[in-house]
Design a protein around this ligand. Structure first.
Ligand SMILES: Nc1ncnc2c1ncn2[C@@H]1O[C@H](COP(=O)(O)OP(=O)(O)OP(=O)(O)O)[C@@H](O)[C@H]1O
Length: 375
């Protein structure tokens, strides 16, 4: 397994260099030599986070908006947040986004003991993301979505304060390769639950749009929560006719970005399902779990992954269906582990995942893509 786990058979590989940053598709020896989490985040269509400074002429709806947010969410003074981060000390930086830095902060709560938070300080280009995150997150309450504790909105400083996720992002753990197969499955189920809530649980559907291992954070119990809502979009009311959102600019990461968007710039819930399929692919790619996967569990898992990655959005399942199937896969694994005392499994044959024919949007040629797992 390992380096040879996912061999790509692409008959026109050299022609595929346009996916150069996507190591699943292009490696010198046709093998998967780097994990997908090492893919650099790339801009699509010149990035959608441009933002203008707030104007002084506000409409009545604009005046109402901050009032609502202030009611739902605590407003911190800049002084409090400076104090909490030792004046934004670089030693406190725990992560960074495209237009922000995230600090580990320490706040005092009504004179009681300190509590740790994550403090995201946006640079000027990220002000639109600040607005979007605050608008969405103050409406969301779900154990699988990171909680917004408050914000600070000063003329030149836009800052969000979140619950602190002490185990950081999933991509770090995938790189370290320490997660057991069962834990990986549980994390995927948690992520599916979070997405299911976003798609169906709020008044209007929310599409995360940049789901990946970097936007899945883990708490002290290693439970996952969705984060990074700065590029999310709101769709139609749940149960009403699915509305498509046309976007002309969006952030994305090659591989995790649904092919349908690349074609026509339309976002639906199936966009996130595609990204989720890619996440399933990535959590599977690791030699450490060799021999740990029960064949029945593997079959359900792979079937789900393949349908999530279907080229046509209509052929992809809803995230609710994915969640149910992954729970089924987990229970199969647990059952197998009970009967198989040493918990070592052999998958009898190669598994071939056919991702079908893909058309290159630049050269307009078709490519046939397969991933071959020999475990
Ligand atoms: N609540 C948190 N607790 C702990 N670490 C966090 C938290 N939020 C973010 N981080 C760290 O900061 C990194 C970047 O955060 P996030 O995913 O929110 O940024 P982003 O969405 O890429 O940023 P941007 O909105 O600027 O594009 C994460 O990968 C994680 O390491």
């Amino acid at each position: 397994m390992g380096r040879e786990l996912a061999r790509l058979q692409d008959f026109r590989l050299l022609k595929f260099q346009w996916l150069d940053s996507h190591q699943v598709f292009v490696t010198s020896e046709n093998y998967l030599s780097k994990k997908v989490s090492q893919i650099g985040t790339m801009f699509l269509n010149c990035v959608g986070m441009c933002c203008s400074k707030p104007t002084t002429n506000t409409t009545s709806s604009q005046r109402q908006f901050p009032t609502l947010i202030e009611e739902l969410c605590h407003q911190f003074s800049l002084t409090d947040l400076r104090k909490a981060t030792n004046n934004f000390d670089q030693k406190r930086v725990i992560g960074s986004g495209l237009f922000s830095e995230v600090y580990k902060g320490c706040l005092q709560h009504d004179g009681a003991s300190d509590y740790t938070v994550a403090i995201k300080r946006f640079d000027y280009q990220g002000w639109a993301a600040f607005n979007k995150e605050i608008e969405l997150l103050c409406q969301l309450r779900h154990p699988r979505c990171v909680s917004l504790i408050g914000f600070s909105n000063h003329e030149n400083e836009k800052i969000l304060v979140y619950e602190y996720m002490s185990n950081g992002s999933l991509d770090k753990h995938l790189q370290e390769g320490q997660l057991s197969w069962k834990k990986r499955l549980e994390i995927c189920i948690g992520v599916a639950r979070g997405l299911h809530y976003l798609h169906t649980g709020a008044k209007r559907s929310i599409f995360h749009c940049i789901l990946g291992p970097g936007t899945v954070l883990l708490d002290d119990q290693m439970e996952p929560k969705l984060a990074g809502f700065g590029a999310s979009e709101q769709g139609s009311r749940f149960m009403s006719k699915q509305k498509q959102i046309n976007v002309d600019r969006v952030l994305g990461c090659w591989g995790y970005t649904a092919t349908d968007y690349l074609m026509d710039g339309i976002i639906t819930a199936k966009w996130d399902v595609f990204s989720f399929g890619f996440l399933l692919l990535e959590v599977r790619i690791d030699p450490i779990i060799k021999g740990k996967i029960a064949p029945d569990c593997w079959q359900v898992f792979v079937d789900m992954m393949v349908t999530c990655l279907k080229y046509k959005p209509d052929e992809r399942p809803t995230i609710g269906e994915v969640e149910v199937q992954l729970e089924h896969a987990l229970s199969m694994q647990e059952q197998a582990d009970i009967t198989n005392s040493n918990s070592e499994y052999t998958l009898l044959s190669k598994t071939i995942i056919s991702l079908g024919v893909k058309k290159c949007i630049w050269c307009n040629q078709n490519y046939f893509l397969q991933l071959i797992f020999s475990i």
